[in-house]
Design a protein around this ligand. Structure first.
Ligand code: OAD
Ligand code: ZN
Length: 250
């Protein structure tokens, strides 16, 4: 793939930035082999719409179907490794220790890559909680019962992720909003910018005067609002951006 020209003005802006905030979506994990949320589903799951599986109503209607879908996603993610895009963000944090990395992903790949300050807006695929009593469970025994029962005896375990129609953790969202409001540069990477409130964050940054940068091979509803549109994949563009700004040795 030809190397992408990183605009000099962006390099200068990044070098001078005191505060940087980053928002990532499923696109950053695409090159780790994790299908993006809105990609066509494959195999057994091809006939299901993810937006119709990721709801409390779907779980209530058919808990086994929803649990099995998440178990399948968990298996896919368990085999995945962070890619060059995740690793470039670890370097960025070394350069800018005040970096806030906000992610919509539930795959844990930013933490696995070594990023320290990660705000996981939509939860964590590898944690569960009770559908009724909300007890959080880090690990559970797979007895083949799907979904596993909660120790409270009242209901089942569900993945500890945010479903459509559910609220995000207020504290995590507030931290993300504050980071967006105070940053000099905001990077939106690999997200379709369709799902709120995450899709609001770049606008919070923009209205507070930040420079907006998008990294995505496809245009999104955000594209017309950004100062720099780096059209390409995260695994290609992010290392180039970090290297153009601070050199390969960083
Ligand atoms: P989407 O699946 O909606 O969008 C993925 C984006 O990544 C698209 O804009 C693609 O063009 C882009 N993309 C694909 N490959 C890429 C690559 N290699 N590098 C960079 N970008 C690439 O995923 P999200 O925007 O993350 O929420 O979706 C947001 C939320 O919608 C998800 O967190 C999920 C879903 O509802 C919950 O589960 C609560
Ligand atoms: Zn319970």
């Amino acid at each position: 793939m030809p190397t992408l020209e990183i605009p000099n003005a962006l390099v200068q802006t990044l070098r001078n930035a005191k505060q940087v905030a980053v928002l990532t979506g499923a696109g950053i994990s695409a090159q780790s082999g994790v299908p993006t949320f809105r990609d066509a589903q494959t195999g057994l799951w091809a006939r299901y719409d993810p937006e119709e599986l990721a709801t409390a109503e779907a779980f209530q209607r058919n808990p086994k179907l929803v649990w099995d879908w998440y178990a399948w996603r968990r298996e896919l993610v368990a085999k995945a490794k962070p890619n060059e895009g995740h690793l470039a963000l670890v370097k960025l944090e070394h350069r800018l220790p005040t970096l806030t990395l906000i992610t919509q992903n539930v795959d844990g790949l930013h933490r696995q890559a070594g990023s320290r300050r990660v705000l996981e807006l939509h939860g964590d695929l590898f944690r569960s909680k009770c559908f009724k009593c909300n007890l959080k469970i880090e690990s559970w025994e797979d007895t083949g019962v799907s979904p596993p029962p909660c120790p409270c005896g009242q209901s089942w375990l569900r993945p500890d992720v945010v479903w459509f129609g559910e609220m995000l953790s207020a504290a995590t969202l507030q931290e993300a909003e504050e980071a967006a409001a105070r940053c000099d540069v905001f990077l939106s990477i690999g997200t379709s910018s369709l799902v709120y409130p995450a899709a609001e964050l770049p606008f919070t940054a923009l209205y507070a005067g930040a420079t907006l940068v998008e990294i995505n091979p496809q245009p999104t509803p955000l594209s017309n609002h950004v100062h720099f549109n780096l059209q390409g994949t995260a695994a290609q563009v992010l290392p180039e951006l970090v290297n153009a700004t601070w050199g390969y040795a960083c």
